[in-house]
Design a binder for this molecule. Structure first.
Ligand code: SF4
Ligand code: SF4
Length: 436
């Protein structure tokens, strides 16, 4: 694609990066075939190619974001299916990240939209606040249908509907510490505690820690670490996300300098994609560029690391039939596709792969809260394909997908690592208590 940026515009390193990305697009349109929003809405401006044109026009013309650009970029799930499909290697992720930051800086959203976004950014990345908000949501839940009918407050309804009826208790994986390996130490890793997942389902990291330590891996839960920054990053709140990213880089660099690390393990693939991108996010920060790149180089999805170290033979081969849901952030964002299925199959589960496995379930960070209609349609489509495989349960590697899919089916939805922990000597996941 031909571009016409001035030298003054290209002096901005973010614009220079986006210009390079824009030039790689040959407008072939192959990406439209796998874009969930184009699939549902059929509007070129809700396809990757259409969004690329909108972004080009905004950046090239040095224009503030307008309502049209904002509407179509907001509808993008950042699922990155378009990147997997694109034959020209267009780096859509960094382009849309830049566009979201430009929108945040230059577009004045309607009041309720601004308030909702500010609230989500102030609550979700902080486990204490998120826990308190979920308890509040539980009390407000009976009024969800009332909110739905009030203009301007209708977006509150899906937030209340998605809030769980009960919250699991806190566990040892909730605070900094070191979990010693069983037997000889074969490795040393950090496990990201995360934010929303640590409140919604702390059992996921508990399972990862049990499994890793049984395999001889020491697990460090780092002091000073917090949210990975993805939640605010995907809202275009670049400065806030950079603060969160730098804090984690500092926390993990201290662990690296104090005993070394083989990997930084992430059990929420949406966060994993962002941690792997820290090097890019802080590339223009001289004080952090090298440290952030070192952190990104160590980041691994939990299944990637388990595949690397090898798990041996399972102690409990259940033979249960599992529909494996490939989270977009894992399959498109990190290109981790084979390891989770191979590990589950080796652990004795029968794996079913639903149709349209490349299409998003509609979770996408805060997308199911901000765009509930599209997210609901994608969820129902996903659940239909999953249930058509007649599984006994569903496995996924991302808490967002687990919550989203779980809200549309009676089948139990668990994290891949919970099944692996069970198969290799850990407890049966509580959600599977009734399964034979
Ligand atoms: S497939 Fe790639 S090159 Fe083709 S239009 Fe889409 S982003 Fe551009
Ligand atoms: S990231 Fe997903 S929703 Fe956004 S343009 Fe690409 S395929 Fe479409």
């Amino acid at each position: 694609m031909q571009t016409n940026f001035t030298l003054a515009q290209l002096a901005d390193p973010d614009v220079a990066t986006s210009e390079k990305i824009l030039r790689t697009c040959v407008h072939c349109g192959f990406c439209t075939a796998t874009c969930p929003t184009y699939l549902l809405l059929g509007d070129e401006l809700d396809s990757p190619r259409g969004r690329i044109y909108l972004i080009k026009d905004m950046l090239e013309g040095d224009k503030p974001a307008n309502e049209e650009v904002t509407t179509h970029i907001d509808r993008c799930l950042s699922c990155l299916a378009c990147m997997t499909t694109c034959p020209s290697g267009v780096d859509y992720m960094h382009l849309v990240d830049h566009a979201r930051a430009r929108i945040h800086e230059t577009y004045r959203r309607p009041l309720f939209d601004r308030m909702t976004r500010a609230l989500l950014a102030a609550v979700l990345p902080y486990p204490g606040r998120f826990r308190a908000a979920l308890i509040g949501a539980w009390f407000a839940r009976p009024f969800a249908s009332v909110f739905k009918r009030i203009p301007g407050l209708s977006e509150v309804a899906p937030m209340l509907t998605l809030a769980p009826a009960t919250l699991p208790p806190r566990t040892d994986a909730d605070r900094p510490g070191v979990f010693r390996p069983e037997g000889e130490r074969k490795g040393r890793v950090v496990v990201l505690r995360g934010c929303a997942q640590s409140v919604l389902d702390p059992g996921i990291n508990d399972a990862a820690i049990r499994l890793l330590t049984r395999q001889g891996v020491e697990v460090v839960l780092a002091e000073g670490e917090g949210c990975c920054g993805a939640l605010v990053h995907h809202m275009g709140r670049a400065e806030e996300s950079h603060v969160q990213v730098r804090r984690n880089v500092d926390a993990w660099t201290r662990v690296i300098e104090d005993g070394g690390l083989d990997a930084i393990i992430v059990t929420t693939s949406g966060c994993g994609t962002t941690v792997k991108d820290y090097g890019f996010i802080l590339r223009n920060d001289p004080a952090y560029a090298d440290k952030a790149a070192a952190v990104s180089a160590l980041a691994k999805d939990v299944t990637e690391y388990l595949d690397l170290i090898g798990l041996g033979e399972p102690t409990e081969a259940s033979g249960l039939t599992v529909a494996y849901h490939a989270a977009c952030s894992l399959q498109h964002g990190q290109q981790v596709t084979a390891a989770p299925k191979a590990l589950l199959a080796k652990a004795g589960f029968v794996i079913r792969e639903p149709a349209e496995s490349h299409i998003c379930c509609g979770s996408a960070g805060t997308y199911n809260l901000m765009q509930p209609e599209i997210a609901g349609q994608l969820r129902d489509r996903k659940v239909g394909h999953i249930e058509a495989t007649a599984p006994q349960l569903i496995a996924a590697g991302n808490i967002g997908c687990i919550t989203q899919i779980g809200s549309g089916t009676d089948l139990p939805v668990v994290h891949t690592v919970e099944l692996l922990d069970w198969a290799y000597g850990g407890p049966r996941p509580q959600k599977l208590a009734g399964l034979q």
